[in-house]
Design a protein around this ligand. Structure first.
Ligand code: XIL
Length: 450
């Protein structure tokens, strides 16, 4: 939130507010600021390899997200690769990034049948409970005070609503492992909200019923469970989950928080405008369902960009699941669906809300500051009306571009010229960049294109 205030103040101090009216509104609106206005967080998962991608981290930490979840860094194979030998460097790196960018962290996950090191599966059944409790105690103690919530148990059910009996924890302890895991986590970190988390429980059906009955039983037994996570790994070819809002509400009525924990909306590739439009309705419906349920505390997308989505690696031939594409450009469809469902404005590609397209051969460009922080900012320019364009502008305050994606930049003193990347010459074309600024004035330049 501190960075948002800085960005807004910067625009206002320039006196350019009236000139760039709807762009200024858009520039100060982020998914997190909109979610916060609804008393919720909006987050993105992340993973250690992409934290060295500065164009990626500029957006991750640039104000759009108030929460993050490590995609892999806190899983068992990462934190206890050999028995009783703990390694926290990856998890600590995600926590440090989050703390430096005003993002809170969901811990994921203490207990899952996947991404377990081989030694766990080889344990004699009689040793599983002690190993499980030792793991939970150590990991939850290490991250105490650094995570506000834990997915204590992940994916306990098969799709038909039966318990996943192949899990080594179930195999050794039966379903009692779940209550034991929650009690162990509570003892290690009494302040963290403790969640159970699963997929295909987003809509009503056998699997959601099984989860509902489990949570009801755990509550009745006094097991310390605070929340239910709904992963919401959705796919447009399978239809939207049945009665999602009502489903979230019935869990909330059991006296637990609910959260959308791993949202993405995949499609069969290639992407096209019809699939994008369908995907946008899914994003709208999920966000509206959460906003409508008082105890739905927040929404996390499973990374924000297709560049780092897990989908293509797991679901062959599918992808394009996230609101930013693989060149880190926002998709107006999915992004605006989320923003408007949170009560924000759709971002217009043009600073004037003209309804007529530019004349053939004419070219217009809009420039906006996506986010800024001490010494740096991220900008974005959208060119409409002309293919094979060239965009030029003059910085007024010594700004210097360090990195640009979606095009090729030449900067000579204050003069900037950008030509499109080969795949990005057809309007509307958007490119983004990182630049330095003097921390006092960051004027919006007039961009001309030809
Ligand atoms: C995924 C990660 O995103 C991948 O990088 C990894 O290879 C496999 O796991 N449900 C979950 C997440 O709870 O932990 C999974 O994350 C996605 C499905």
């Amino acid at each position: 939130m501190k960075k948002l205030a800085l960005g807004a103040a910067t625009v206002l101090a320039l006196g350019t507010f009236a000139v760039i009216t709807n762009q200024a509104e858009a520039a100060t609106q982020t998914l997190q600021s909109l979610a916060a206005a609804n008393g919720r967080y909006f987050g993105s998962a992340t993973d250690n390899p992409e934290l060295s991608d500065t164009a990626y981290t500029a957006i991750l930490g640039g104000g759009e997200f108030g929460q993050t979840t490590p995609g892999n860094a806190m899983k068992w194979d990462s934190t206890e690769p050999a028995q009783n030998s703990f390694s926290y460097a990856k998890g600590d790196a995600v926590v440090s990034f989050a703390q430096a960018h005003d993002m809170k962290v969901r811990g994921h996950t203490l207990l899952w049948h996947n991404q377990l090191p081989g030694w766990v599966a080889q344990l004699p059944a009689a040793q599983v409970q002690a190993a499980m409790e030792n793991h939970i105690t150590n990991v939850a103690t290490h991250f105490k005070g650094k995570v506000f919530a834990w997915d204590v148990v992940n994916e306990p059910f098969n799709d038909d609503g039966t318990f996943r009996t192949t899990s080594p924890f179930y195999a050794a302890m039966g379903s009692d492992y779940i209550a034991d895991a929650f009690r162990t986590a509570r003892a290690a970190d009494p302040d963290a909200k403790l969640y159970i988390n699963d997929y295909n429980t987003d809509g009503q059906g056998a699997k959601a019923d099984a989860m509902y009955n489990l949570v009801k039983t755990l509550k009745a037994q006094g097991v310390p469970i605070d929340g239910v996570g709904f992963q919401a790994h959705l796919a447009i070819q399978y239809g939207f989950p049945t009665n999602m809002q009502a489903n979230l509400q019935r869990f909330a009525d059991l006296g637990v928080d609910v959260a959308i924990t791993e949202l993405d909306v995949r499609m069969v590739l290639p992407r096209d405008s019809a699939k994008d439009a369908t995907q946008a309705t899914y994003y709208t419906n999920v966000v509206k369902a959460c906003v409508a349920v008082t105890r739905c505390v927040g929404i996390t997308i499973w990374d924000y960009t297709d560049k780092y989505s897990w989908i293509p690696g797991v679901f062959s031939g599918q992808g394009a699941a996230l609101p930013w594409d693989d060149s880190l450009a926002r998709k107006p469809t999915a992004y605006n669906a989320i923003a408007t469902a949170l009560g924000g404005v759709a971002e217009s590609p043009s600073p004037t809300k003209s309804t007529s397209p530019p004349p053939t051969g004419a070219c217009s460009a809009t420039y906006r500051i996506v986010g800024s922080w001490p010494g740096g900012f991220q900008g974005e320019v959208t060119v409409t009306g002309k293919s094979a364009w060239t965009a030029t502008w003059t910085f007024a305050n010594g700004q210097t571009i360090s990195q640009l994606w979606g095009g090729t930049v030449t900067q000579s003193g204050s003069s900037v010229t950008v030509a499109p990347a080969s795949w990005n010459s057809t309007p509307p074309a958007t490119f983004g960049f990182l630049a330095s600024w003097n921390n006092s004035t960051n004027a919006i330049p007039a961009v001309t294109c030809s």
